[in-house]
Write a protein that binds this ligand. Structure first.
Ligand code: KIV
Length: 292
């Protein structure tokens, strides 16, 4: 389908039904954190927008995702939602918003739904089951996130590929089954060997959405700033860059700066002018320019 072709609005149940093995097209998810980004994703025909806690690193300048709060995520979710994108909006529950109690979890998720998300995402496997059950009971759709879960970076000893041993691979499959049985409508698989992602995808009836998890998933997600080359300092192995907006932006801003410094900007056409009669009363004869 062309990016601009109209399509039926996708819903959470619609996402849940999208298994590649039953003939579905792979799901496309991208992060976005503001209204212009949401409009771009929507016009490109993306299925899901993730208002990720990656906002901490790619927009707010932090070194990890642990620094952002529910208020931060609600602020960015609101900006995305106000663009009314034709995409399912998933908001990340940030670190410590679902770790203390189920009551806190539901209250924090509700803040993200009120900000405009239709679902939330949380990281972790079986230890999150009470939270997943409470959210589902509160009618809040939940997406799971397994494998390299950035909110566990200290516990994991850094951003490291997960599921590399026999036992760890089987643990991941069990975690995914448990999340799906508890009611998660989809599961992000991040930073796992492609064989393990394939095992998980095969084991669950809900779609898996991979990032650094190889091709055998029911969809893929990438970070907006990585896809568009706005972030150009690092290029993880799993990222494919489809544009160089940072380089294009630097070039454009450099051209603007050069035009200002040389007097080439603004031109007469880019300026407002007095009506000739008014210019005359001010003694500005011969300006010869129409009002505009
Ligand atoms: O916050 C984020 O961008 C994410 C994706 C990497 C899945 O969680």
């Amino acid at each position: 389908m062309s990016p601009t072709a109209s399509r039926a609005p996708l819903t959470v149940p619609g996402v849940r039904a999208r298994k590649v093995r039953t003939g579905s097209e792979p799901l496309v998810m991208v992060t976005a954190y503001d209204a212009p980004g949401a409009r771009m994703a929507s016009e490109a025909g993306v299925d899901l927008i993730l208002v990720g806690d990656s906002v901490a690193m790619v927009v707010l300048g932090y070194d990890d995702t642990l620094q952002v709060t529910v208020d931060d995520l609600a602020h960015h979710t609101g900006a995305v939602a106000r663009a009314k994108p034709d995409c399912v909006i998933v908001a990340d529950l940030p670190w410590m918003s679902y770790h203390v109690s189920v009551e806190d979890t539901v209250r924090n998720a509700a803040a993200l739904i009120r900000a405009g998300a239709v679902s939330v995402k949380l990281e972790g496997g079986r230890k999150r089951l009470p939270m997943v059950h409470a959210l589902v009971d509160a009618e809040i759709p939940v997406m799971g996130h397994l494998g390299l879960t950035p909110q566990s970076m200290h516990a994991m000893g850094g951003f490291k590929v997960q599921g590399k041993t026999h036992e760890a691979a089987l643990e991941l499959v069990d975690d995914a089954r448990a999340l799906a049985e508890a009611g998660c409508f989809a599961i992000v698989l991040e930073g796992v060997p492609d064989e393990v992602a394939a095992m998980v995808t095969d084991a669950v009836d809900v779609p898996t959405i991979g990032i650094g998890a190889g091709p055998v998933c029911d969809g893929q997600v990438l970070v907006f700033h990585d896809v568009l080359g706005i972030e150009d300092r690092i290029l993880p192995k799993f990222v494919r860059r489809y544009a160089s907006l940072k380089a294009d932006g630097v070039e454009a801003l450099g051209a603007y700066a050069a035009d200002v410094r040389s007097g080439r900007f603004p031109s007469a056409d880019e300026s407002y002018h007095l009506a000739g009669s008014v210019a005359e009363t001010l003694g500005l004869y011969g300006s010869g320019r129409a009002a505009g």
